[in-house]
Design a protein around this ligand. Structure first.
Ligand code: NAP
Length: 254
């Protein structure tokens, strides 16, 4: 039996839709006080209403926005116990055409945004005495590759480089730092890739389906639990077995 997270203060960046919304929903349903962050005010307000969460319009690539989001969670809920640094973007661009602006945009949100979010929440996570940081990385980059996402894959691998040193530095404050590595999860963002992409992905997953956002939320709930307090600097792949097959025929001959 895991100790309840009811009453904890949980901040989820990119919590207005997709995986972040799924994470926020799992924590809200478990009785946590949830603050969500996103750039689009309308989407954010709709999700905040739906989940009973507090919404903060902020861009995680800006340190001052991250500090404002952390301050809001502290003002509303008395602190921050769990940060899910999930906000991310994945625009497609082939290496031959990739521009400096596209690289900067992806690294600005996925890498710098992760670092600034953690930094902004540090005082509150330290005060918690059981602080948890959970990053949303990806299988793409740390384990796999996919044409069109060299910059994205590099950014998702960079998050893990950050995680390993952060986990050591923050251990003194009893803050753990871990990452979930989703495979292909059914989200609004993934829907923009089209039905052919979705079908190809489903065919490559041993468990035969795309992940649900709750699959990632539940993994975060575990890493946020008191009972996971001795786990730090680690990665948890949540992908239905997608990284396992040596080739497509390994999946076909299940
Ligand atoms: P999504 O549906 O596009 O949602 C992204 C969320 O992040 C939205 O709430 C978005 O809101 C927010 N966001 C984006 N840029 C932001 C910024 N600069 N500041 C604050 N919020 C920002 O994407 P998703 O599929 O759920 O992806 C979420 C995370 O999971 C990302 O880190 C992604 O790399 C990772 N991931 C996704 C998959 C997948 O299959 N979907 C697989 C592996 C990893 P606004 O646009 O309003 O700001």
């Amino acid at each position: 039996m895991f100790t309840s997270v009811a009453g904890l203060s949980v901040l989820v960046t990119g919590g207005s839709k997709g995986i972040g919304k799924g994470i926020a929903r799992v924590f809200a349903q478990s009785g946590a006080h949830v603050t969500i962050v996103g750039r689009d005010p309308q989407t954010l307000a709709g999700t905040a209403d739906e989940l009973g969460a507090v919404g903060v319009v902020a861009d995680v690539s800006r340190p001052e926005d991250c500090r404002r989001a952390a301050d809001t969670a502290v003002e509303r809920f008395g602190g921050i116990d769990v940060l899910c640094a999930n906000a991310g973007v994945f625009p497609e661009a082939r290496l031959a055409d990739l521009t400096e602006a596209e690289v900067d945009a992806v690294f600005g949100v996925n890498v710098k945004g992760t670092m600034f979010s953690v930094q902004a929440c540090l005082p509150a996570l330290t005060a918690s005495g059981r602080g948890r940081v959970i990053l949303t990385s990806s299988i793409t980059g740390p384990i796999t590759g996919f044409p069109g996402w060299s910059h994205y894959g590099a950014s998702k691998a960079a998050q893990l480089g950050f995680l390993r040193t952060a986990a050591i530095e923050l251990a003194a404050q009893r803050i753990t730092v871990n990452a979930v590595l989703p495979g292909n999860i059914a989200t609004e963002g993934l829907a923009t890739m089209g039905p052919e992409y979705r079908a190809a992905m489903e065919a490559s997953i041993p468990l035969g389906r795309l992940g649900e956002v709750a699959d990632i939320g539940n993994a975060c709930l575990f890493l946020a639990s008191l009972e996971a307090g001795y786990i730090t600097g680690q990665t948890l792949v949540v992908d239905g077995g997608q990284v396992l097959p040596e080739s497509l025929s390994a999946v076909d001959s299940r």
